[in-house]
Design a binder for this molecule. Structure first.
Ligand code: HEM
Length: 318
């Protein structure tokens, strides 16, 4: 970084410090008595962090908006339309589609076997699928779909750059524990806002690893039951128990946890369409993935500055 830029950054830090100081000082009179010096220090620290973050995002956003030369993306979009960001590419969306079709088939054909006494089970197996023979055959079709998507995802993770990047970003980090705690404090009214997430929040990481683990158990135990003649009886018994319980757990976690996050949450109801077009709007990015958004905007803004420097150095000749 060159010297004048360094000086300007230091100047900006000073301004933010001063602003925070003034803000906190002007609020001291209205702070409750319990607000001891330590808490005030914490408040000062968090306010300063927030101002720095918002100021950086706003500055980069404005530079991108007003100084970026017209790009094909902007030419294509009508002016009022909100900018969108690609979150999931075609390959990943296709994997997700094959996965949910397979899992829905597996749930509809598996659950009635676990709860045969229910009238809905009789309806599904006898009236809808025409008997046990058909339903177990359809269960195996769903199972092949799930196995294929498992292999596909492993290859995608190993062989594509985006797959590898996302896999590493999915690994749980100490920040996830902090974010979890921050979210709890926020839910209980002890923080004014929730944590800021990067590309994957701790909730999304939990979702991903739960499915990973679930697939290993379901495919492993299902295959042992499918080809029971190749295994000892105790392996079949253990597999049946594991398959049955993990199947119920997977069904409940999909219906309660996953459906809440992507369908019933008031913020996305009736459904988030990201599974179809793979995109998030600018406001969704700011709200759900503020750190990733800040990174993208900063990278764009750097690109523009580099472009401008090049034009300056060549005297604007092309
Ligand atoms: C999300 C995925 C899955 C769910 C929710 C699911 C659910 C179930 C349930 C609840 C049962 C009845 C267990 C009982 O009798 O208590 C069952 C049976 C069975 N499942 Fe699955 N399953 C899934 C995936 C698979 C896979 C991947 C395979 C094969 C690789 C498989 C093969 C079987 C077999 C062979 C049976 C025994 C009944 C039959 O012959 O159809 N399942 N499944």
């Amino acid at each position: 970084m060159n010297k004048p830029l360094n000086n300007r950054m230091q100047q900006r830090e000073k301004i933010i410090d001063q602003l925070t100081e003034n803000l906190v000082e002007s609020t001291v009179a209205v702070l409750p008595k319990e607000c001891d010096p330590d808490t005030r220090k914490k408040i000062r620290h968090e306010v300063s962090d927030r101002i720095t973050f918002e100021a950086n995002v706003a500055l980069n956003e404005m530079v991108t908006k007003y100084c970026l030369p017209e790009t094909p993306r902007e030419e294509k979009q009508p002016e009022q339309e909100e900018r969108t960001f690609l979150r999931f590419g075609k390959n990943f969306r296709a994997q997700h589609m094959l996965m949910f079709v397979s899992v829905i088939i597996l749930i509809i054909t598996g659950m009635p076997l676990k709860f045969p006494e229910l009238s809905i089970s009789k309806f599904l197996i006898i009236d809808l699928m025409g008997g046990l023979e058909n339903s177990t055959l359809i269960h195996r079709v769903g199972a092949v779909g799930l196995i294929l998507v498992g292999i596909w995802h492993l290859l995608y993770t190993a062989l594509t750059a985006i797959g590898r990047r996302d896999f590493f970003l999915m690994i749980p980090m100490p920040k996830d524990i902090k974010d979890f705690w921050h979210t709890m404090l926020y839910f209980f009214g002890r923080r004014a806002s929730g944590p800021k997430f990067a590309r994957f929040s701790f909730i999304e990481k939990f979702d991903y690893w739960a499915v990973y683990w679930g697939m290993i158990i379901m495919i492993g135990s299902g295959s042992i039951m499918w080809f029971k003649e190749l295994f000892p009886k105790f392996a079949f018994d253990i597999s049946r128990e594991a398959h049955s319980d993990e199947g119920l757990l997977a069904t409940l976690s999909i219906v309660v946890w996953h459906f809440y996050n992507v369908h019933f949450n008031p913020g996305v109801f009736p459904m988030s369409w990201t599974w179809w077009h793979g995109r998030l709007t600018e406001s969704e990015m700011k709200h759900h993935h503020a750190l990733e958004y800040a990174e993208i905007i900063e990278a764009e803004s750097k690109e523009i500055r580099a472009g401008q420097n090049e034009t300056d150095n060549t005297g604007g000749e092309s």
